[in-house]
Design a protein around this ligand. Structure first.
Ligand SMILES: Nc1ncnc2c1ncn2[C@@H]1O[C@H](COP(=O)(O)OP(=O)(O)OP(=O)(O)O)[C@@H](O)[C@H]1O
Ligand SMILES: [Mg+2]
Length: 510
């Protein structure tokens, strides 16, 4: 077998953790190779080494059979290696083409930029690979899926023949995921070699030829995807059997905790995104909001949590009007929030895990005394307990900076903090985004346990199976309004999918 990539005996340590421990990765030329492993297993680190963003402590890398020293990303680019990062690195007020050519602008002999020539090449590449973008649009005006296509075009513009994708589907909607799978197949058909990091076993089964599994920094094995089931992949990855469906006891529903009445919320540009929306969440139940991205889900949670002002309507929490209350007041009255955007609203990356765990209540007992002095010991103890319960993999324990955690472990930290606060009502957005299958199982169980403690939970998720699995009632949202609300046992995943696409169904007393 001719190898495009050979990484042999790669070791990389960070303070307190061996992120890669003599790892081997052999990727055949022109294959789609999946890289699978738990949160913190070392996948992003290994690919950052291949891309020259980190240097390994030891080990050998060969590209197309030649020993190479990938000191920095420029060397990687020269070797034909491109990377599509999970958090895109685009300049928002530049056009699509400007972003693609950034750093290698075509200039004439007087040094003048020839953007027309670049646009032509971009149009040609997007044609060949089926990557639809408007070369002249501003990046801030295009969808997340389109931004990702710009990142892919960036690698192609630099003539990459090896393309690394780090969790490309974590931020995409189901429709965009289907499109990306097509694009990846197309890249292979045009002769590219692909490394795909994903936690979604379905995606591995759908597109990958082979899969390499890492666990706690170590190489576990490489398998032909055809020969293994999703269940077997999951077991290789976590070292035990994983439950895909969770057991759920019937809901013990009580009085209304969160009442949203005729709510309207506009986005930053003044466009009305939530229209006259009403929904109630009772003690002891999980209400799910299903919908295609962009139908007001984000703004609904912004409005309820206080991140955005409300234009009209009322929000009651345990009967108290919080429509215009400050964010802190809402938290004090018992409103929790697992936000959609963990980078922006979830964590402070320079702060330690222990500091991040008390972001919402540091100023009170038991974390502050009457003089406002922080009790660091108590903070560290409680954080350590959460690290253990939620299996947060952190090299330096509760002192680890949130920003140095792997993506999935950042998400686990936010979920741990919010569940630990055990608020009366909890807004939960995409709680398992970026988590491995074992962590998903655990987080879903903890959310159910909160419900069984009598909390009222409002859940937003693009994963219909997550909605079907967790929720007692399911509301579908379209253009900022709820078009139907049903008890979970009254509807099928398919019916929900159809309602999301816009067709209404009569009835339902959910
Ligand atoms: N810059 C850094 N500084 C310190 N530790 C780091 C740094 N980058 C990664 N680590 C640590 O290395 C380990 C591997 O992290 P990595 O990001 O490679 O995991 P991953 O497999 O990509 O996980 P996930 O699925 O959650 O993204 C983790 O314990 C992480 O905390
Ligand atoms: Mg990662």
């Amino acid at each position: 077998m001719e190898h495009a990539i050979e990484m042999i005996g790669i070791t990389k340590t960070f303070p307190g953790v061996v992120a890669n421990d003599k790892v081997t990765l052999q990727v055949a030329d022109n294959e789609i190779h999946a890289l699978l492993g738990e949160n913190g297993a070392g996948k992003s680190t290994l690919m950052s080494i291949l891309f020259g963003a980190y240097n390994a402590d030891s080990g050998t890398i060969r590209i197309h059979g030649k020993n190479v020293d990938i000191k920095d990303p420029n060397v990687a680019t020269e070797l034909g290696i491109g990377m599509v990062h999970q958090h895109f690195k685009l300049v928002h007020n530049y056009s699509v083409t400007e972003n693609i050519v950034l750093g290698m602008e075509p200039r004439n002999r007087f040094g003048i930029l020839n953007i027309g020539q670049a646009e032509k090449r971009v149009a040609q590449l997007s044609d060949t690979y089926g990557l639809q973008v408007d070369p002249t649009a501003l990046v801030e005006d295009i969808t997340v899926g389109a931004q990702q296509r710009v990142e892919i075009l960036k690698t192609l513009y630099r003539n990459a023949n090896i393309i690394i994708f780090d969790e490309p589907t974590a931020v995409l909607t189901p429709q965009e995921i289907d499109e990306l799978m097509q694009i990846i197949r197309r890249l292979k058909a045009e002769g590219k070699t692909i490394v795909l990091i994903t936690h979604k076993l379905k995606e591995i089964k759908a597109v990958a030829d082979r899969c390499t599994v890492l666990r706690r920094g170590k190489y576990i094995g490489t398998v032909d995807v055809e020969d293994v089931s999703e269940q077997q992949l999951a077991e290789m990855m976590v070292g035990r059997a994983v439950q895909f469906e969770i057991e759920k006891s019937p809901a013990q529903i009580g009085e209304v905790v969160l009442s949203i009445q005729n709510l309207s919320v506009a986005d930053q540009n003044g466009h009305v995104k939530v229209r006259d929306l009403s929904v109630e969440v009772h003690r002891g139940e999980i209400v799910g909001i299903a919908g295609v991205d962009g139908n007001g889900q984000t703004e609904l949670l912004y409005g309820i949590s206080g991140l955005s002002p409300v234009s009209s309507g009322t929000i009651l929490l345990n009967g108290e009007d919080i429509t215009h209350a400050t964010i802190r007041k809402r938290i004090e009255l018992g409103l929790g929030h697992i936000p959609e955007d963990r980078q922006k609203h979830g964590l402070i990356s320079d702060f330690s895990i222990s500091e991040n765990c008390v972001l919402k209540n540091y100023y009170k007992a038991p974390y502050s005394n009457a003089y406002g002095l922080l009790d660091q010991t108590k903070m560290a103890e409680d954080a350590q307990a959460l690290i253990e319960q939620f299996d947060i993999r952190a090299g330096q324990g509760s002192r680890t900076a949130a920003g140095s955690l792997s993506g999935g472990n950042q998400q686990k930290t936010i979920v741990a903090r919010e569940i630990h606060l055990s608020p009366h009502a909890m807004l939960v957005a995409q709680p398992t985004r970026g988590l491995d299958v074992g962590a998903i199982e655990y987080i879903r169980q903890r959310i159910l346990a909160e419900r069984d403690k009598g909390r009222a939970i409002l859940l937003i998720s693009f994963e219909l199976d997550e909605i079907m699995n967790l929720c007692d009632r399911i509301a579908t949202i379209s253009k900022g309004s709820i078009v139907g609300i049903f008890a979970q046992h009254e509807v099928t995943e398919r019916e929900i999918g159809m309602m999301m696409a816009g067709s209404k169904r009569d009835g339902g007393n959910g």
